[in-house]
Write a protein that binds this ligand. Structure first.
Ligand code: SAM
Length: 224
């Protein structure tokens, strides 16, 4: 174990030799282990039995334009809790951030998976341009394009054919930046065959609220 893990186990959680911990690596389910060595800078765990099989979440990507640091952290944390399989920060025309700390965001995703007892950790991708991602989009994956310009449509997810593809289809959700999408982006997204423009209800939500609302709706209609 590394220094940070040792610090967390022995100084924060105050575990003694022989204490039980649950381990997961995102691929092999959950395992019980015991503290075998306890030191100031490290330690060792003795792995015992498997306690849960690997459970992978439904195949849902969350694409979002990074906003202020704390709200970006919030989006990554909630996406990991709600079972997104990949988290992709995207640069749109009105995105203010030009870079992200991918390692920090990945660490947030790991912490969120730990706290909600999951055995899966979503990958946080590096910042990529939305137009490039759309040009190289995997054919079968459907995109729930959350379009704030549709905010006055009454019924979320029933405008368009977003629910007609069934539960086995891989999906992605796209949330725009604080300034929303540009007209050019909106026109392009409306014309893409795999993109389904949806309203999230009759008010313009903050981007972090919109991400949680969209994932909740997806879970209700399409998730398993
Ligand atoms: N200025 C606010 C902020 O600081 O977060 C509002 C940002 S809103 C423009 C950000 C994104 O949330 C939009 O691009 C869209 O993806 C999504 N969104 C917000 N309200 C929505 C709604 N009623 N319907 C669909 N998408 C919505």
């Amino acid at each position: 174990m590394d220094r940070d893990q040792a610090n967390y186990l022995f100084n924060v959680m105050r575990l003694d030799q022989g204490a039980s911990v649950t381990l997961f690596n995102g691929r092999d389910g959950a395992w019980r282990a015991e503290v075998a060595e306890r030191g100031k800078r490290g330690g060792a765990l003795q792995v015992a039995e498997q306690t849960a099989p690997q459970r992978n979440p439904p195949d849902l990507w969350l694409l979002f334009a990074p906003i202020k640091k704390a709200r970006t952290d919030f989006i990554v944390e909630k996406a990991a809790e709600m079972g997104a399989s990949r988290i992709l920060p995207v640069q749109t025309e009105f995105t203010n951030s030009e870079r992200i700390r991918q390692d920090r965001l990945q660490a947030h995703a790991i912490e969120a998976a730990e706290q909600c007892g999951g055995t899966f950790v979503p990958e946080v991708a590096d910042l990529a341009r939305l137009d490039r991602l759309l040009s190289d989009w995997p054919e079968e994956r459907q995109l729930m394009f959350c379009d704030e310009a549709l905010f006055d449509r009454p019924s979320p997810l029933t405008n368009g054919d977003a629910t007609s593809s069934g539960t086995g289809t891989p999906w992605a959700i796209l949330i725009g930046p604080e300034g929303g999408f540009s007209d050019a982006e909106r026109s392009r997204l409306h014309a893409l065959p795999f993109a389904h423009p949806v309203s999230l209800g009759p008010r313009i939500l903050r981007a972090d609220t919109a991400a949680v609302a969209a994932m909740t709706l997806w879970q209700d209609r399409l998730g398993d």
